[in-house]
Design a protein around this ligand. Structure first.
Ligand code: CUA
Length: 343
């Protein structure tokens, strides 16, 4: 039943798109676990439908018997003076209400065990992409050891086709509290626990944007710990990797902003390639402008929103770890002018 409640919650969330006036994300695409596009998500949907069908059958039988009994044996005039026939013990009825539930539980158990086995025992093939996912309060870090790429909040993976299978295997880790990684159309919800590595895989042939979010309460901004997974064709994915690996182009006209960025406390928490910044508490800013959102999905990544964010992150995302840096307006502008060159 947890599945159902979760599905109802996820039906209410959707894709973050730019809203013309405020640039705040609005939700207009359903992220529905009953519309899977990935192998593990499809297996989970099938299991959920089986459980739903069995539970629905039980509901109909039990509800029907109750309704029948209420109507058939309702009080009638003259009933006050006589008792209905009393039944003491019935081996048949007792056998039925013992054996039938046992069979139902065994069927549910076996079906669930089979799905769990298929999902958890899958070994990564040679061709698999491995990504380390690190949960932070309140954002996601994605590391691609194979390519030396580190990015945040927006996970890019290749599509996997029958002639070129390339599933993605995620290693889930947390640096602080328990989080949970859930992109309903791609894979089942998996907890992200400190001092432990959980794994999760996804495999889809369908390029697109799939949405999810942290599914374990992790503090004030749990609701703004959104996930975006971009599935690319193999060629597009290779292009994305090359762009992420490329060094940032040094733009002479924003040298002032870059210097200011390097002189402020920004660099204690953020990394940016080509600068002295190598902090890891906050998301890496390398290739920042290749991301569609900031603040783990709290707003679209526009220069105006970047400016508002740096001026006072607590207004956009109350409780976020990033403090107000108390920069003057011209300093904020200079830093944003620099940041928007990080492509
Ligand atoms: Cu992270 Cu909820």
């Amino acid at each position: 039943m947890g599945l159902l409640a979760g599905a109802a919650v996820l039906c209410a969330t959707g894709v973050a798109m730019a809203e013309p006036t405020t640039g705040r994300p609005v939700f207009d695409q359903v992220s529905n676990m009953f519309q899977p596009v990935s192998v593990p998500a499809a297996k989970i949907r099938d299991l959920a439908l089986l459980v739903l069908a069995i539970c629905g059958g039980i509901f109909v039988v039990v509800g029907g018997l109750i309704a029948y009994t209420l109507i058939r044996f309702r009080a009638r005039p003259g009933d006050e003076h006589r008792e209905p026939p009393q039944v003491y013990g019935s081996s048949n009825i007792e056998a039925a209400w013992t054996i039938v539930p046992v069979i139902i539980v065994v069927v549910l158990f076996l079906a669930t065990a089979r799905t769990i086995n298929e999902l958890e025992l899958k070994e990564p093939p040679e061709s698999a992409l491995q990504v380390t996912v690190v949960g932070h309060r309140w954002w996601w870090e994605f590391q691609y050891p194979e390519y030396g790429i580190v990015t945040a909040n927006e996970l890019h993976v290749p599509a996997s086709t029958p002639d070129a299978p390339r599933p993605t295997f995620l290693w889930l880790e947390s640096v602080d509290v328990a989080h949970s990684f859930w992109v309903p159309r791609l894979a089942g919800k998996t907890d992200v626990i400190p001092n432990r590595r959980n794994t999760l895989w996804l495999e889809t042939a369908q390029p697109g944007l799939y949405l999810g979010q942290c599914a374990e309460y992790c503090g004030t901004q749990h609701a703004h710990m959104l996930l975006r997974v971009y599935v690319h064709t193999p060629e597009d994915f290779a292009r994305w990797v090359e762009e992420q690996k490329a060094p940032e182009a040094e733009v002479a006209s924003v040298a002032a902003g870059r210097d200011l960025f390097q002189r402020t406390a920004c660099i204690n928490c953020h990394a940016a390639s080509g600068t002295v910044a190598d902090g890891t508490f906050g998301p890496s800013l390398s290739h920042l402008m290749s991301r569609e959102t900031i603040g783990a999905g709290v707003a679209m990544n526009t220069p105006d929103n970047l400016r508002a964010w740096i001026r006072d992150p607590q207004t956009m995302k109350p409780g976020v770890r990033m403090p107000d840096m108390k920069l003057a307006d011209h300093e904020v502008d200079a830093i944003v002018d620099y940041l928007v060159t990080l492509r």
